[in-house]
Write a protein that binds this ligand. Structure first.
Ligand code: KG4
Ligand code: ZN
Length: 334
């Protein structure tokens, strides 16, 4: 069979990235231009600033990606683009670039849902096997997706309020850590003690999550300590918070594996980089005899590689868009 080369473009948040992937599994080249340092001063991503930087970076990112691969656009079979969900102004920059390339070089345009990208980051490591449960944990998402085959997504649960990464970042801000706070809490959690009592959220019969109550509990705890003139022990709070946050994910994943007869669990999204979650997932899947796959750190946060990998399977599934394709800040994975 002829090899298929997909150019993947990602610009949904604060990373401008392009990548070329062969047959959905082999990374040929990837360029990521991150804006983390720019948004740090504001404590989070500022949409207007993000879009302006995407405009500034996109051409250079695309050119370097082709250059590093020693390829030209003529050798590319199709262009995969994150059409949503994400920041609308940021999404539009990547989409316009993808449409322009598609039009000029007469290449098929493949719309990729950002979460499908995070899930397919795993296919760069290991072949996906089904029935599969994708645990999608990022700054914008906390979702459980059941997959019966390639590109057959069924969302069985999600967050009712904040996403887990958003909760990590907000808790980090309360204890004075810079954005993005998730990795910093993760580091502190490894050296602290579980001394603060925090509530485990939403222990109900659904596959849903809730993180706003946990976030409020941390804010209240911090205010109470402040009023009493006591210092917050950051590393202990990080340990206590991480324990509860991870447990709330694990209890729902356990329920889904058992009830849906899942054979393969994958963890996707920025928070898949979390050591507490990685260890707990390993223990759970070992106990239940289920296969676990978590992408290496470099594929966990946003990148074009995962979009190109998902784009390959979308291409095989015949998901080709025309030039009327529009960006969507919200969209259900289907
Ligand atoms: O997937 P991603 O790059 O962007 C979104 O699509 O949201 O995820 C970014 C999120 C941020 O909230 C960041 O704090 C979190 O992932 N994150 C972590 C860790 N590494 C990144 N959260 C907890 N522990 C980590 N080690
Ligand atoms: Zn993401």
């Amino acid at each position: 069979m002829k090899d298929i080369y997909i150019l993947g473009i990602e610009s949904s948040c604060d990373e401008t990235s392009a990548s070329i992937v062969k047959n959905g599994t082999e990374e040929i080249s990837t360029v990521i231009s991150s804006q983390i340092d720019i948004h740090k001063d504001f404590g989070g991503v500022v949409p207007e600033i993000a879009s302006r930087h995407h405009v500034k970076n996109i051409t250079m990112v695309l050119e370097s990606c082709l250059e590093q691969a020693h390829m030209t656009m003529d050798q590319i079979d199709a262009i995969a683009i994150t059409y949503g969900p994400g920041l609308i102004g940021s999404l539009l920059i990547g989409l316009e670039a993808a449409k322009t390339l598609s039009f000029v070089y007469n290449k098929p345009l493949i719309p990729v849902h950002h979460i499908a990208g995070h899930i397919y980051a795993n296919s760069l490591v290991k072949e996906l096997t089904f029935p599969l449960l994708a645990v999608v944990v990022s700054g914008g998402h906390t979702e459980l997706i059941e997959m019966t085959d390639h590109y057959k997504f069924h969302k069985i649960g999600g967050t009712l309020d904040d996403a887990i990464g958003e909760c990590y970042d907000k808790v980090a801000r309360v204890i004075g850590l810079e954005y993005p706070g998730g990795p910093k809490i993760d580091k502190l959690a490894a050296i602290g003690q579980d001394t603060y009592k925090l509530p485990i959220p939403l222990q109900d019969d659904s596959y849903n999550f809730s993180f706003s109550g946990l976030k409020s509990a941390v804010i209240n705890l911090s205010h109470n300590l402040e009023q009493r003139g006591e210092e917050i022990r950051k590393e202990d709070l990080a340990t206590s918070f991480q324990k509860v946050a991870v447990e709330s994910i694990i209890s729902k994943v356990r329920k889904a594996i058992v009830e849906k007869d899942i054979k393969n669990v994958i963890v996707a999204g920025g928070v898949a980089a979390n050591n507490g979650l990685r260890n707990a997932m390993k223990d759970l899947t070992d106990e239940l005899g289920v296969e676990l796959s978590i992408p290496p750190m470099k594929y966990c946060t946003d990148n074009g590689t995962m979009i190109a990998a998902a784009g390959y399977y979308a291409y095989l599934d015949g998901r080709i868009a025309d030039l009327n394709l529009n960006s969507k800040s919200q969209d259900v994975l289907k």
